[in-house]
Design a protein. Structure first.
Length: 267
């Protein structure tokens, strides 16, 4: 029993396997349905006029000028909003429950009575969350790689990989923020609220940066700008991607000493 509990990383992944399978199926179905729409959209006679009617900032944000290509279509339909939301929902939800959820359920104290240290617990849970996000990113990559030739999207494998990396890093950053907030507060609702509020503020900054001149200089601070500004599908791997894991590491590193000293609530 103690050996099982000590390996928190593998136990966490085992506990999440059904959830991961369900989310993976959902991602595949979403990519399949959107990809199946591409031939109809591509053959629209008034596609150029349709795109021209949008304001310039919106065209820039959603890469609508490239909407007539398979890559641009998936960027506009999936990678600019829908997929980021899905990866954030998974990351924040799992992160908030990784530590705070067990504390509220009364099982965290039992876990810490084994050879698992508080710092090790947080790090193992963070690693498990990142691994789960990588698994979802791999599923997304494979779905796009398979659907691209099926529906003539012509998305290069390198671009599909870059798009998946952007989604994974975005999910990990906010997932680790939620995990850190839960470790500090012991409340998964508070952790969810903190990470969600920061995510909303970051997206508003990203969107407003293209509309308000005074905010343009701050737009690059937003993780959404770091992940989405280059496409992300079609933009390739950029140096801006490095800010997301760097911030995620800071969140967890700041939470570990606080959690290590905090009295664990007994429910």
């Amino acid at each position: 029993m103690r050996a099982v509990l000590t390996n928190v990383f593998s136990k966490t992944l085992r506990d999440q396997r059904r959830t991961l399978v369900g989310w993976s199926i959902g991602l595949v179905v979403l990519v399949l349905l959107e990809s199946a729409l591409w031939p109809t959209v591509r053959d629209m006679g008034n596609l150029a006029e349709f795109v021209a009617g949008y304001p310039e900032p919106m065209k820039e944000m959603f890469k609508l000028d490239e909407f007539g290509t398979g890559t641009g279509f998936l960027n506009g339909e999936l990678y600019s909003l829908m997929l980021p939301i899905l990866f954030l929902v998974y990351g924040i939800g799992r992160g908030a429950r990784s530590v705070a959820g067990e504390e509220e359920a009364g099982t965290l104290e039992v876990l810490l009575m084994t050879r698992v240290s508080p710092a090790s617990l947080v790090l193992h849970r963070a690693a498990a969350l990142a691994t789960a996000m990588i698994a979802l990113g791999a599923v997304l990559f494979l779905a796009v790689a398979v659907c691209s030739p099926l529906f003539d999207l012509d998305v290069p494998l390198g671009q599909a990989a870059a798009g998946s990396v952007a989604m994974v890093l975005l999910g990990v950053e906010f997932g680790w923020l939620a995990l850190a907030a839960g470790a500090v507060t012991g409340r998964h609702v508070t952790a969810t609220a903190v990470a969600s509020a920061v995510a909303i503020a970051a997206y508003v900054l990203y969107a407003a940066g293209g509309l308000v001149t005074e905010l343009e200089a701050w737009q690059g601070v937003s993780p959404f700008d770091q992940a989405l500004a280059a496409g992300p599908l079609g933009g390739g791997l950029t140096w801006a991607f490095l800010w997301m894991p760097a911030a995620a590491v800071v969140f967890v590193a700041a939470a570990v000493p606080v959690f290590d000293r905090r009295d664990i609530a007994v429910h």
